[in-house]
Ligand binder design. Structure first.
Ligand code: FAD
Ligand code: UDP
Length: 378
């Protein structure tokens, strides 16, 4: 056979697999149905700005092995995600929930004052749950009210979450909100991870470096001629949708999708921050991304007189739409388990990445899971 491995998908999972396999001396062919490499982390240089074409991507991890791995391909900048929220009252608040937010919300100036205010805000929900004999929050609303209280829930959580997920907070699982930090320090860093940044030159450059020296064919859909592709290689690494691989024999897995309205503006600095969330119900989009702030800081943003912004609209997914966020509810998890059982019995194909494993993976997790899978076969 011409190749040892056919890798379906030139995203982060495919690039990691291809890089490791070819480093181990395997002959690899990478194919992708899109006209570009990098999958959802694809960035494109427009007006001198690296635009995150499939939504804002911030690399963050506490795993030193993964941080060193990505930095071995390209240098990362010092970007720290610190979104700002425009609330229903029209005022701006810092995120995640920290002393700056509490000062803006209630005027409290010390951690002790803030804690007292939060306790006061939580009391109603905590007492109601106690009276009803509920020990764990049953949904996102109960989780938010017992974690941080009513003011922040109403102004910064409820409407944003309902726009993002297209469902009521009372119908969403509590865990979604638990990943947001709550801190009694003046620290607007959205993540608790030790390492964070954006590849200098954009994510496409990172993937280019990972794929250096490896044959890549774009605009090439595996399912256009699956048998012929399978005949080209001993084994297949598949990073597409797992339900598509098995011809939807157990039905469709569902996703949330996002649509982006991107505009190039004749001004240097539109909103002063990379990410501004709109946490009210009347604004139809969830947030505006201003891409240049991911890669240039302070007054350097004025070196380029133009800027590019993207408004993000969250949508229910229909077959044929771009799949973004797996919906890991009971129904979909049960369907996935059936596909997974088929995949585990497959001798020729290894399933890697967000779509093939139907997991809400961040980038560092995709790399880590793929490295582990590949290390077992080389
Ligand atoms: P993908 O990037 O989807 O790659 C799969 C590739 O396979 C695609 O290029 C696709 O075209 C190709 N393919 C599929 N089927 C076929 C076929 N039949 N034939 C040929 N090719 C095929 N992570 C973070 O760490 N930080 C963030 O800030 C962050 N923000 C995100 C924001 C959004 C809006 C989204 C959707 C995700 C975000 N993520 C973030 C997650 C991150 O995008 C993923 O973890 C990562 O891109 C997954 O890589 P992958 O290779 O598994 O999948
Ligand atoms: N969230 C919110 N208000 C905000 C930002 C986030 O209520 O301004 C909630 C929302 O429910 C979201 C969750 O917190 O789904 C997790 O936020 P994160 O930014 O991690 O979501 P992602 O877009 O990465 O899934």
């Amino acid at each position: 056979m011409e190749f040892d491995y056919l890798i379906v998908g030139a995203g982060l999972a495919g690039a990691t697999a291809a890089h490791e396999l070819s480093r181990a001396g395997k002959r690899c062919l990478v194919i992708d149905k899109r006209p570009h490499i990098a999958g959802n982390v694809f960035t494109q240089l427009i007006d001198g700005i690296n635009v995150h074409k499939y939504g804002a991507h911030i690399f963050h991890t506490s795993d030193r092995r993964i941080w060193d791995y990505v930095n071995s391909f390209v240098e990362f900048n010092r970007y720290t995600n610190s979104p700002v929220a425009v609330a229903p009252d029209g005022r701006l608040y810092n995120l995640p929930f920290n002393m700056n937010t509490f000062y803006q919300m209630w005027g409290v100036k010390t951690p002790a004052e803030a804690q007292q205010k939060i306790d006061e805000q939580r009391r109603e929900a905590v007492e109601r749950m106690r009276a009803e004999g509920i020990s764990e929050p049953r949904n996102l609303e109960e989780q938010a009210l017992t974690l941080i209280g009513r003011d922040i829930y109403e102004k910064l959580i409820k409407h944003y979450t309902e726009k993002q997920w297209g469902r009521k907070c009372t119908d969403l699982p509590a865990f979604i909100i638990r990943r947001l930090p709550v801190r009694l320090t003046f620290d607007n860093n959205y993540f608790n991870d030790s390492y964070q940044g954006i590849p200098i030159g954009g994510y496409t450059r990172l993937i280019e470096r990972m794929l250096e020296g490896i044959e890549v064919r774009l605009n090439t859909d595996y399912f256009d001629d699956k048998d012929a592709f399978d005949a080209m290689a001993e084994k297949v690494i598949y990073t597409g949708e797992i339900d598509r691989f098995y011809d939807y024999c157990y039905g469709h897995l569902q996703y949330r999708t996002v649509s982006f309205e991107t505009e190039s503006l004749d001004e240097a600095n539109y909103q002063g921050n990379a990410v501004v969330n709109y946490t009210d119900s009347s604004t139809p989009f969830t947030r505006i991304i201003e891409h240049k702030h991911f890669e240039c800081f302070g007054n350097d943003v004025y070196a380029n007189p133009r800027t590019i912004i993207s408004r993000e609209y969250s949508k229910e997914w229909n077959p044929g739409d771009e799949p973004y966020y797996p919906v890991n509810d009971e129904r979909n998890s049960a369907i996935y388990e059936k596909y997974k059982a088929l995949a585990e019995g497959d001798e020729k194909v290894i399933f890697c990445g967000r779509l093939a494993e139907y997991r809400y993976y961040d980038m560092h997790q995709v790399i880590s899971a793929t490295l582990d899978k590949i290390s077992r076969i080389i």
